[in-house]
Design a protein around this ligand. Structure first.
Ligand SMILES: *Cc1c(COP(=O)(O)O)cnc(C)c1O
Length: 481
């Protein structure tokens, strides 16, 4: 399998060549030259597979430059019930992503948050950790991942990379701005290759430092600075798997269709659903849910894509969806405009200059329905009401992001044909967002027994002023030493 850039660069790298990098040289995103088509016979053969087996079958369509036996070993070691151990009581952890029915056979949650950091990013990030280690070992190379986090992504990266040869993680977080639970999750890691740096400032200060260091090309090259951002193709590829798994769990025959509702921010998760559908998985509808930051809902309703300014981005109670610009959206637009890289380059010329584009009335936008999307948005009041209603009606406690999904799924249920099961992707567990759970339910969120008392564990963190030179020195000292 070869990969192309959405903006038309001539290079055609393979999977391992793009694994450790970010954007294509022309600023585009990588996609496979074509989507592998899954035959009915394959679908039939896959229905009974375990998650690890299924991930191998699907990923081997996209990863042709790792010997199959090695890829199989990587999948087997990634998707185990030991790693994804936080299934709801009564659901089977060995399924990795069990379906929790709220209405049997009709409406349920696809549990994607049973990994070590209790959010769906573990689904892909754990695989990434094992792939990084494998490729770096083969090449005798190293990488130093530098990132900034206000919670979710940073902890998923740390749990994925802990103890991996050839990888160090330097993760900046805002000192005193995360919850005690989030701090405990990140700072209690004792692995030598994980460095937590708490910056005495805000998240933006931490992110500015990361940008400044990455813009120093000489430093970046000398100290092998890398990132694990949401545009990484391997993350999208890994996420395709659970759409297949969810389909098999949510239906009883391959004659059936299914619908998914996806709480969305950077369009990474639902992009994987789009690709699964393009591969031939019988997905009837893909329902995209946003919070108050509704840049994607606006596009699917109107054809206008208008990324927001930072000052226009709302801080909400589903913070992992607080985005102003959806970094993976370019992948979908590439398909929508008939895979025309010149068209994508033209549209993103305006986006990259801080502008917008408008496809309303275009031939491309009139074809949108072929892609099966519906969208909707949710607000803080909707989240509270939805968390309450799901708890009272079904006895299930859900997190704020999943609540956005359930609310929009209810709003858009009319777009799903009768008899087609609808699964909402559960993207985090409620214990991560205790404050809003207390506001909605007047009680503490459920906490998995394994995580009782983690706030009392010893923590390993370096507190530092928001100073680029100091962070660089810290990296140099630990890379050299
Ligand atoms: C990252 C994240 C999302 C949004 O996913 P995208 O791939 O960015 O669309 C939703 N919910 C949670 C809990 C997340 O961590």
């Amino acid at each position: 399998m070869k990969y192309l850039s959405t903006r038309g660069h001539a290079a055609r790298p393979e999977f391992c060549d793009i694994l450790l990098g970010g954007l294509a040289p022309d600023g585009g995103l990588y996609l496979p030259e074509s989507y592998p088509q899954i035959s009915r016979a394959e679908l039939d053969a896959w229905r009974g597979l375990s998650y690890a087996e299924l991930s191998f079958e699907i990923l081997s369509k996209f990863i042709t430059d790792i010997p199959p036996a090695d890829l199989k070993a990587i999948c087997d070691k990634t998707y185990t019930a030991d790693v994804y151990c936080f299934a709801r009581p009564g659901d089977n952890a060995a399924d990795i992503t069990p379906v929790h029915w709220l209405e049997k056979g009709r409406f349920g949650l696809l549990e994607l948050s049973n990994g070590p950091t209790l959010a769906f990013k573990d689904m892909a990030m754990q695989l990434l950790g094992n792939l990084f280690e494998y490729v770096l070992d083969k090449r005798g190379e190293q990488i130093n991942i530098l990132g900034a986090t206000s919670g979710d992504t940073g902890s998923a990266a740390e749990y994925a990379m802990r103890g991996k040869h050839g990888v160090r993680v330097f993760m900046l977080s805002p000192h005193g701005k995360m919850s005690a639970f989030q701090r405990a999750q990140m700072y209690s890691l004792q692995d030598e290759n994980i460095y937590n740096i708490a910056v005495t400032g805000m998240f933006d200060d931490a992110q500015d430092i990361v940008k400044a260091v990455s813009n120093d090309a000489a430093f970046k090259a000398k100290y092998k600075i890398g990132a694990v951002n949401s545009i990484n193709w391997a993350r999208v590829a890994a996420q395709i798997v659970y759409y297949f798994k969810g389909y098999f769990a949510g239906t009883s025959s391959n004659d059936q269709q299914i619908a998914f509702c996806v709480p969305s921010g950077n369009f990474g998760n639902i992009c994987a659903g789009h690709i699964a559908r393009q591969m031939g998985l019988p997905i009837s509808r893909l329902i995209l849910a946003t919070n108050e930051n509704d840049v994607l809902d606006e596009f699917f309703r109107t054809g206008v894509y208008r990324p927001r300014k930072a000052a226009e981005t709302h801080v909400t109670s589903s913070p992992s969806m607080d985005i102003s610009k959806a970094s993976n959206f370019e992948r979908f637009i590439f398909d929508l405009v008939g895979r025309d890289p010149a068209k994508v380059a033209e549209l993103w010329k305006s986006v990259d200059a801080g502008g917008a584009f408008d496809l309303s009335g275009s031939a491309e936008f009139s074809r949108l329905d072929n892609f099966g999307f519906t969208s909707g948005r949710s607000s803080h009041a909707d989240r509270l009401a939805t968390i309450r209603q799901v708890f009272e009606q079904y006895g299930a406690m859900i997190d704020t992001h999943t609540a956005d999904g359930v609310k929009v799924a209810w709003d858009c249920a009319g777009s799903v044909p009768a008899g087609v099961p609808l699964l909402v992707l559960e993207t985090a567990l409620p214990v991560k967002f205790a404050e809003t759970i207390r506001e909605a339910l007047g009680r503490e969120p459920e906490r998995p027994a394994q995580l009782e008392g983690i706030e009392a564990l010893p923590q390993r963190v370096e507190v530092m002023a928001p100073d680029v030179a100091a962070v660089k020195q810290f990296v140099v000292r630990h890379v050299a030493g």
